[in-house]
Design a protein around this ligand. Sequence first.
Ligand code: ADP
Ligand code: MG
Length: 258
Amino acid sequence: MSVIAISTNKGGVLKTSLTVNLAGVLARQGKRVLIVDTDNQGNCALSFGLNPDQLKTTIYDVLISGTPFLPDAIRIVHDNIDLIGANDDMCFFEFDVLGNPRAFKQPFQLMRARLGPVRKKYDFVLIDTPPTLGLTQANVLTFADRVIVPFQPERYSMRSLIKIVDGIRDFREKHNSALDILAVVPTLIDSRTVLHSEVLQECRRFCQVQNILVTDTVIPRTVRFAASVAYDQKPLTISDPKSAAAKIYEQLLKELIG
Ligand code: ADP
Ligand code: MG
């Protein structure tokens, strides 16, 4: 059983798409998956056709108020997939925890303490994260065993990749010795652009030196991917598992977990 975080300090790089689509592939293979959304945008719920604002109990309640809230927070969203959703409440998480140091003596340990008891019920816990490196991300990285870092090649994205890799390794040293970078996954790739190929090459060289896997499977930028969630109310790997796009996620999963 493993807890995998999909993390990086950028938005719009397919963190949520990776989370829900990999969950879809795992579920189809008969694996029990828990998705934990920690981003206040609540996009994981949206990916399964749920309105995040209508979720009564979310990850916020679990983290702030404790394990009694767990049973209400976990919803079945598909065969083999449970979800702990997030919504706007999560905007207040850092504020509430850091503003109340007496109640929260170990602010990085909340997620591990609350979700530790349920992890054994699942084959995989996949955690979607916000595009920031604040208290939420710290809780996620304290609980996770492995991190997937999505990487969208752009002119300055190498600088940010180097920083995030350093940041995760530093975090590992200080807070969670069990944490490993599972892979860097190239996303939103347009293989026809010279910039993408160049930056991707640079990324592969850097990661090779760092002993980090960059998957051969890349997620191409296509309209079909973008449209699927909006229309189908399920991640593509569930709504259209035979599609070329879903096959790419299947291939990616194989590279990631064998
Ligand atoms: P993040 O969670 O990192 O902010 P998302 O997974 O929400 O990123 O993706 C950002 C946007 O890109 C979403 O609107 C999503 O529907 C769209 N998208 C997802 N996959 C693709 C793809 N392969 N090509 C183009 N757009 C995509
Ligand atoms: Mg997201």
